[in-house]
Write a protein of this length. Structure first.
Length: 178
């Protein structure tokens, strides 16, 4: 989300409206709707394509894969375990496949092209000057002060930071004050 502050208006609803109108909330809502529709497509691919491929090895429905931990396991016609303890690992495998397919499609069709686009835009814009960090600025100030201090320890008796005029006044005996 954006770090732009919500304008201070009276009332909770005015603040909520300003929050909603920042733009990122609308983009997030669109992403959720598109993601839900895309999830249905991936589910259809898993159930219509992946499950039959796995079915060539065993059962056609991954949701029916289970192991009996404490037997004997008795399963009803509707697929529920009535006796024994069954570990239903088929739905976990199906959900994992769905997740991996979704993640791969999102990465290769959305993330990767967006990163390439951003790289091209940055290359066109040229190098961006990075502002110095606080540590770097403090280091520079320290170095300047050390150089001035070393300059002040010169043999001519000049004062660090004092101009040539002040040094001449001191040599001539004129009171320059404190």
């Amino acid at each position: 989300m954006s770090n732009t502050p919500v304008p201070a208006k009276s009332g909770v609803f005015a603040g909520f409206k300003a929050f909603l109108m920042r733009g990122n909330v609308v983009e997030l809502a669109v992403a959720v709707v598109v993601g839900a529709a895309f999830g249905k497509i991936v589910d259809a691919v898993v159930k219509g394509f992946i499950n039959p491929l796995v079915g060539a090895i065993g059962t056609q429905d991954l949701d029916k894969y289970r192991s009996c931990l404490k037997g004997p396991c008795v399963i009803d016609a509707d697929g529920t375990v009535t006796k024994g303890v069954a570990l239903n690992w088929g739905p976990v495998l199906s959900a994992t496949l769905t997740f991996l397919i979704t993640a791969a499609v999102v990465y290769f069709l959305m993330i990767l092209p967006m990163n390439k686009y951003k790289e091209r835009q940055q290359a066109k814009a040229g190098p961006v000057e990075v502002p110095k960090t606080e540590i770097e600025l403090l280091t520079e100030i320290r170095d300047v002060l050390l150089a001035q201090q070393a300059e002040g320890n010169r043999s001519d008796g000049s004062v660090p930071g004092a101009g040539a005029g002040l040094a001449k006044q001191r040599e001539s005996g004129v009171d320059i004050g404190k």
